[in-house]
Design a protein around this ligand. Structure first.
Ligand code: CA
Length: 403
């Protein structure tokens, strides 16, 4: 069953682009292409190449539509995990672990666990399967030109990625017909944006080209090198699921409080399965679905995964899939699957209500980020609720009902 992964691929843009924004206006590349060509030339792209590749490009209506969908899209963490860490994803990943002969050498060269690399490969492109789907794979220059001409607040980012894509051609790293990617311009087996390609892509199979589009060894080694640059620590895990004692002070699960594993244990926290590290190793505590969902202690390597894609659901999916590929079981604790997902308006209402009650959220934008979660914890503690910082329908009801 390829559909869920393909859908993930369509919607799971790199986090910098996965955050909500107003619906873009109808793109009009014809009007803005001259400016993009001028910008590329200013940035050192060969003028004839910039003109030949950009002149006459038309907007990709599917790309424009995808940015609109993205703004409203906020999938519960468990729904994302169901798709990304399906039984088939685990089974296919185990097949790749056995068949991709470059993995031991990549692991030895870069110190990144092969199970993590294969997990990223699976979540980013269904182990490369979506790259063979002409309905999903798009010309990167057209996608990025469409996005750079939408007029939304990320135009500078899209323009920089477009210039980087042109530079890839200028450097002869691939040909225009092979410069393909997702609607957001993410390319190849592990979905590098063009700027990431220029900084981190490398040739591992020895043919002289860093080909993340058709060479799995190149893509996986590039990913390992990128993870190292993001702080991945060889020989360490990402963390793991933990069980909290009755009466636990949930304010410690605030995304910043860091303790040693011995200190967390002294607070009554125990691993739900395998050991998480040594007593002196440090970790943060996270409750991605609040007190009614699983708890996790996160080691520094989890932060490296968040560097790859800042969406917590994404990092947890990579971490969990890597464990499943290693033969570990699923999570012990269940998710609050009966919860009704909140819409953007409801998330905004929660934020506005918190602000009105004296708990600043740093701007009412419909996105539940660290500041909003801190405001929720402060409100919950003040009214005698479990201060887990989780925004759900019961919190909204409570905010509406009283002080
Ligand atoms: Ca190569």
């Amino acid at each position: 069953m390829r559909v869920p992964i393909a859908l993930l691929w369509l919607f799971a843009a790199p986090a910098a682009f996965a955050q909500g924004s107003p619906a873009p206006e109808e793109p009009s590349p014809a009007a803005c292409l001259p400016g993009l060509i001028a910008r590329a030339k200013e940035q050192g792209v060969t003028p004839a190449l910039a003109e030949a590749q950009l002149a006459g490009l038309t907007a990709d209506p599917d790309v424009a539509a995808a940015t609109g969908r993205q703004a409203e899209f906020e999938k519960p963490v468990w729904a994302y995990l169901d798709s990304a860490v399906s039984d088939e994803a685990v089974s296919d990943g185990k097949t790749k672990l056995a068949s991709e002969a470059s993995l031991p050498a990549i692991e030895a060269a870069y110190g990144v666990d092969r199970h993590v690399l294969v997990a990223i490969w699976g979540i980013e492109s269904g182990y490369g399967s979506v790259l063979d789907d002409p309905r999903k794979v798009r010309p990167v220059l057209r996608s990025l030109a469409t996005l750079a001409c939408t007029g939304d607040k990320r135009v500078a980012t899209w323009t920089a990625e477009l210039v980087a894509a042109l530079r890839i051609l200028d450097l002869g790293r691939t040909t225009p017909d092979r410069l393909t990617g997702s609607w957001a311009g993410a390319m190849g087996h592990t979905q590098f944006m063009p700027t990431t390609y220029l900084r981190h892509a490398l040739d591992f199979d020895g043919d002289g080209r860093a080909d993340i589009w058709t060479s799995a060894p190149d893509a996986l080694a590039s990913t390992a090198q990128y993870l190292r640059s993001l702080g991945w620590r060889p020989g360490e895990g990402w963390g793991g699921e933990v069980l909290l004692p009755a009466g636990f002070d949930y304010r410690l699960a605030d995304e910043t409080t860091t303790r040693t594993l011995a200190e967390w244990r002294a607070l009554g926290i125990a691993p739900a399965g395998r050991a998480i590290g040594a007593d002196t190793d440090t970790a943060r505590l996270a409750l991605p679905a609040g007190a009614r969902g699983p708890a996790f202690l996160l080691r520094p390597n989890f932060q490296a995964l968040l560097g790859y894609n800042a969406a917590f659901s994404y990092a947890l999916a990579v971490a969990h899939l890597s464990d499943r590929l290693r033969g570990e079981p699923g999570f012990v604790q269940g998710w609050p699957r009966g919860d009704r997902p909140l819409g953007t308006d409801e998330r905004r209402e929660i934020q506005a209500s918190l602000e009105a009650k004296g708990h600043p959220v740093g701007g009412v934008d419909g996105r539940i980020g660290p500041k909003t979660r801190a405001a929720i914890r402060a409100y919950q503690a003040g009214v005698g609720l479990v201060p887990d910082g989780y925004a759900d329908a019961s919190l909204l009801d409570r905010l509406r009902a009283g002080p």
